[in-house]
Design a binder for this molecule. Structure first.
Ligand code: NDP
Length: 502
């Protein structure tokens, strides 16, 4: 019996349906797992954790590598599940699945180096000691994932938590439970011995139940507002969490930028996945000297793209019906405040299909500039210089990622952006580099997935200081003499006292 079927057979009170957002076809029916289901899953995970953590880094890396092999061989199958549940084009769904493979390998191969015990330097007062630190797995990690990249995003937490030696209970979004079930079942093929990775399905109530079920950490990815609710639940039991939340990312175009590349970057980062990307570009600031040619090319490129539910459409529908209302509200607010639509707009929305939209003259305090729209929309504004672009970028309460196009100043501009990640002369490049940490600041959340930080995120530091031989002067004793105290004071003054004199 697989981990998934075991939980599916649990006596859950109700079920929910998943429908293709483009066609409305029924894709699957899943149980709404309850508090009892969540507690039982965490208990099973606790037992599995003991076994998995004892397997060691090398064997875990081997299993993760085999998991990558299974995904690689069945990428078409996974892509079809993602397409059916989210509506995104099949080729984009397959691309998303392909991007996780390097992470699986990297996390497995690097876990020992990043987390394994290593020596630490000791100070003069502790010269008779040997010190070391190791990063130990927390135990059971609860992963709550979104639907927009239902493979890449949750695996960013799951893979790193597993590589560090934790067991995982995964609650995917109610819009993409089938993708979650597929991943858990495939992992069960390479780790059949114990339920190291389990699935819970349901809505927000199941997510909240998971937070209360005795997990050692929650890795949450989703909206900023939901993160606050999850954090409040986690606070009840002092359960730590990683919060990977929304963004309002900018793309900055300098006077010397390669304009064609910048246009291509803006269109991809703004419109791919129908704009439903946490790191998607939503605002573009362009040096005034190149604003007109940039805008002209951008609008031409955006008009050539078409959203739809047919196989030929490069952009799929909006996955969640209620998100269409958010997009409409932002567009209408922009228009009321003097914004102009150059292509797309509310009139081009049909059901859940939103055409690529480019807006100009939108004031900086409009919703389309301040709040996450999560649709295929771009606001474009000219700036007198790059200082103004940086100021506007950094004025956001969000701080997830940004992109900069500049031939001569890319690194300098990147350095000045208050975001967790920056792309220079490209977009969406950092998530595919497994050694780079992924995460934001401010309303975009805290904590990191991917890279060494992503591995450490699912561990606790375990420090050991071992006395190798008795010291000539015993400090930790009530028998310490005045002579010893004077010697310490003198030594410390010689070592540190001069600093005060400048
Ligand atoms: P939501 O915040 O609506 O949901 C995220 C997850 O939380 C879902 O699994 C959801 O379940 C669950 N959930 C909802 N309410 C609760 C609750 N009270 N307690 C516990 N869990 C709960 O986000 P979306 O799924 O709509 O995803 C889109 C958002 O995710 C965007 O804001 C996007 O920017 C962000 N995101 C951030 C990323 C990052 O790495 N920073 C990456 C990808 C997306 P259910 O769906 O069943 O309600």
């Amino acid at each position: 019996m697989t981990a998934t079927s075991e939980i599916h057979s649990a006596a859950s009170a109700s079920v929910f349906e998943v429908r293709n957002p483009g066609t409305g076809d029924l894709v699957g029916t899943y149980p709404v797992h309850t508090r009892t289901d969540a507690v039982a899953a965490v208990e099973r995970a606790r037992a599995a954790f003991g076994w998995w953590s004892e397997l060691g880094y090398r064997e875990r890396a081997e299993r993760l590598s085999r998991f990558a092999g299974v995904i690689a061989r069945r990428m078409g199958q996974l892509g079809a599940v993602v397409h059916d549940e989210t509506g995104k084009p099949y080729s984009d769904a397959v691309l998303e699945s392909a991007l996780v493979l390097d992470h699986l390998k990297w996390a497995g191969r690097n876990a020992a180096k990043v987390l394994g015990r290593r020596r630490s330097r000791v100070g003069l007062l502790s010269f008779n000691h040997a010190a070391s630190v190791e990063y130990k797995p927390l135990g059971v990690v609860g992963v709550i994932g979104p639907w927009n990249y239902p493979v890449f995003t949750p695996l960013g937490s799951i893979v790193y938590a597993l590589a560090a030696g934790n067991a995982v209970v995964f609650k995917p979004s109610e819009y993409s439970p089938g993708v979650g079930a597929w991943l858990v079942d495939m992992f069960g093929e390479v780790v059949p011995e114990q339920p190291v990775l389990q699935l819970l399905t349901g809505d927000g109530s199941t997510g909240a139940a998971l937070c209360r079920a005795g997990v050692d950490k929650i890795a949450f990815t989703g909206s900023t507002e939901t993160a606050k609710r999850v954090m409040a639940v986690c606070a009840e039991t002092l359960t730590p969490m990683v919060a990977e939340c929304g963004g309002k990312d900018v793309l900055i175009v300098d006077a010397d930028a390669d304009l064609d590349a910048a246009v291509e970057g803006a269109v991809w980062a703004g419109m791919a996945n129908a704009g439903q990307s946490c790191i998607g570009t939503e605002r573009v600031y362009v040096h005034r000297s190149v604003f007109e040619p940039f805008l002209e090319r951008l609008v031409t490129r955006a008009r050539a793209l078409r959203a739809g539910i047919d196989d030929g459409a490069k952009i799929g529908p909006i996955t969640m019906p209620r998100q269409v209302e958010v997009i409409c509200r932002h567009l209408e607010d922009a228009i009321v405040r003097g914004g102009r639509v150059l292509t797309g707009g509310v009139g081009e929305i049909s059901g859940q299909v939103v055409q690529p939209t480019v807006l100009v003259d939108v004031p900086e305090d409009a919703l389309a500039v301040t709040e996450e729209t999560f649709g295929p929309t771009l606001t474009v504004a000219p700036v007198d210089d790059m200082d103004a672009a940086i100021d506007r970028a950094n004025a956001s309460r969000y701080g997830l990622s940004a992109a900069v196009y500049s031939k001569s100043r890319g690194r300098d501009l990147a350095h000045r952006l208050r975001t967790g990640m920056v792309s220079v002369n490209a977009v969406f490049n950092f998530p595919q580099i497994p050694s780079l940490p992924f995460g934001g600041v401010g309303a975009s959340g805290f904590g990191r997935i991917h890279g060494p930080d992503g591995l450490r995120e699912f561990t606790y530091a375990h420090a050991v200081a071992r006395q190798r031989f008795a010291p000539p002067m015993q400090l930790a004793t009530f028998d310490r003499t005045a002579k010893t105290d004077a010697l310490i004071a003198k030594t410390m003054t010689i070592l540190h006292g001069k600093r005060h004199l400048g």
